[in-house]
Ligand binder design. Structure first.
Ligand SMILES: [Zn+2]
Length: 273
């Protein structure tokens, strides 16, 4: 099933005439969303339609509304060598998560995004090469996002509906580019700073002490050695469960507990750290 979709995507991608004429002829260097990807987008389920409509407000969300004692664990910068260990722990504890993937890493670790989706996780676009998008012109922002979306579709047959800017660096232009691609811009509220490789207990304590109902928690499965994140994850899950928290993908969390005005912003302001 997925393979059929992928073949279709590639076939259509090479036929430029299938893309909307105005955009395709404006700049042939910049890939546009393929007709197949648009087809997938039009087959959005209710959850994805809701995400797209929140993203259409020109905002980034930092957290869900906080009405339910549920949080979303998110992992950035993969796929990478530590991703299988993280997937294995999530499976062991039956916890869904969200992976914001880097396009070039998706190519480097074929089949990993497909495995993440097969395990019930959600995928977000984290750009192709992890630049600060606020320093790039809109056309380059578009290319970073579309190339990554295409890599995700090629690997899994599923289009992403979420976007996270590298470094959390967003401005209205970046959010508008995400919106144009039917992606909801997602930042975070709980930051483990695990990319600085603090010790295991520090990572655990940062999550456990900062978490609130509706938190979107930032961790990393790629971008360097994540042994401490892997080691911290089981304790984080067990501690949060002990406190009565449940877990959901960002999409499920946001749709079941919609963010209010104070949970979103147009410029990333309000994100802790
Ligand atoms: Zn990142």
């Amino acid at each position: 099933m997925a393979i059929v979709v992928v073949v279709g995507a590639i076939g259509l991608a090479t036929r430029g005439s299938d893309a909307p004429a105005a955009k395709a002829t404006a700049d042939p260097v910049i890939p546009t969303v393929t007709a197949a990807a648009v087809d997938l987008a039009t087959q959005l389920g209710p959850r994805d339609q809701e995400l797209v409509s929140i993203g259409a407000k020109g905002v980034s969300i930092h957290r869900a509304g906080g009405r339910r004692k549920v949080v979303a664990l998110t992992f950035d910068d993969g796929p990478a060598k530590d991703t299988p260990a993280i997937l294995s722990i999530l499976k062991q504890y039956d916890v869904p998560a969200t992976f914001f993937v880097v396009g070039q890493a998706v190519k480097e670790y074929p089949g990993m995004v497909a495995q993440e989706i097969a395990q019930g996780h959600q995928i977000g676009v984290h750009t192709w090469s992890h630049p600060d998008l606020t320093k790039l012109p809109a056309a380059k922002q578009q290319q970073e996002i579309v190339d990554t979306q295409n890599a995700i579709i090629s690997d899994s047959g599923v289009a992403s509906r979420l976007f996270r800017a590298p470094y959390g660096a967003v401005d209205p232009s970046v959010i508008a580019t995400a919106e144009k691609n039917k992606l909801l811009s997602v930042l975070w509220e709980g930051d483990t700073n695990d990319w600085q490789r603090p010790d295991v207990n520090t990572i655990v304590q940062r999550v456990v002490s900062e978490v609130t109902p509706g938190s979107i928690i930032l961790m990393h499965d790629g971008g360097g050695d994540r042994a401490n994140t892997v080691a911290a994850l089981p304790t984080i899950i067990k501690e949060l469960k002990k406190q009565g928290y449940g877990f959901a993908t960002v999409g499920d969390l946001v749709v079941s507990d919609p963010p209010g005005p104070s949970d979103m912003s147009v410029d990333g302001k309000g994100v802790s750290e």
